[in-house]
Design a protein. Structure first.
Ligand SMILES: [Zn+2]
Length: 298
């Protein structure tokens, strides 16, 4: 059923395969690092429980699923960094209408972005969902989900895939063999990010990172943090590149890599972005002041 579509997640897939045989499914939380197949697994679950041709993928439900127009599949995503109560109200309204095929599947990605109001609104439905409904919450930060919601869900853990499996998947996705090692490092093991970075000009990124580090000599930490917040639409990606850049000379830059990794962890737990980046820049600057030639990286 899952075949080659989700690899390196044997335990999670085994658990899901057992659950699918049940008449009524519990509410599920798929959790684990970013980009390791959680959303893909949720989608395949939705496809499988609505299929009527024994997994041949040729029935009308499977075809609609593949085209992204399935009437019983709803994917709820964040809008401006959060999932608000209005979206949950819409979901609840539709959950009480019978499915077109067999089961209605609601995928909430990322569930840690539910606002407190949205969480308590969802909670009422999760207490007694219609039998034909399956809710799948996806997150890379399970502690960030309300404990009252967590207590009503069955958690399924997804792990980071080994580099060997990542390599196999990227090759299958058409990535050039010579780019694979760099992409795996850049993306910190997240395959979805590796695919995002596939088309980027890596040497251009490198010169941006060099300039950024050079700015520590002339600017203060708060201004530098501000620069990343506003100049880089996707600063988690910027941080990945910074780490990759520093890792080239690992023993020299260990403290700086640690400061950036720590910031990344806090950001994953939805810490305040500005404070986290400012704190990171202060640490980076301290290291800079400790040594004369810290920021001449060539
Ligand atoms: Zn089918």
């Amino acid at each position: 059923m899952f075949g080659k579509e989700v690899r390196g997640q044997e335990k999670a897939i085994y658990a899901i395969t057992c659950l699918i045989k049940r008449e009524v499914l519990p509410t599920l939380i798929f959790y684990g690092p970013e980009g390791v197949g959680k959303r893909r697994a949720a989608y395949i679950l939705a496809r499988t429980i609505n299929c009527s041709d024994g997994g041949e993928n040729s029935c009308s439900s499977c075809r609609q699923m593949e085209k992204g127009i399935h009437p019983d599949l709803v994917v709820l995503e964040s809008n401006n960094g959060s999932i608000k109560v209005d979206s949950i109200r819409e979901v609840i309204k539709s959950a009480y209408l019978k499915p077109f095929y067999k089961k209605k599947v609601y995928i909430i990605d990322d569930a840690s972005l539910l606002t407190p109001e949205a969480s308590s609104c969802l909670l009422k439905t999760l207490e007694e969902p219609p039998l034909y409904c399956v809710f799948i919450l996806i997150t890379n930060s399970i502690p960030a989900i309300f404990s009252t919601i967590r207590s009503r869900c069955l958690p399924i853990r997804f792990r980071r895939q080994t580099e060997e499996i990542q390599r196999e998947i990227l090759l299958d996705l058409g990535v050039d063999r010579k780019d694979i090692d760099d992409l795996i490092k850049f993306s910190g093991g997240s395959l979805s990010r590796a695919m995002e970075y596939k088309g980027l000009n890596l040497s251009l990124k490198e010169s941006q990172i060099e300039k950024w580090f050079a700015s520590f000599k002339t600017k203060n930490a708060i201004d530098i943090a501000e620069d990343i917040l506003f100049a880089e639409k996707s600063f988690p990606q910027f941080l990945d590149f910074a780490i990759f850049y520093l890792e080239k000379e690992l023993p020299l830059h260990l403290e700086r890599i640690e400061a950036i990794l720590e910031a990344k962890e806090y950001l994953l737990l939805n810490a305040n972005r500005r404070l986290t980046l400012e704190n990171m820049c202060f640490k980076l600057q301290e290291v800079c002041n400790d040594r004369d030639s810290w920021f001449s990286l060539s």
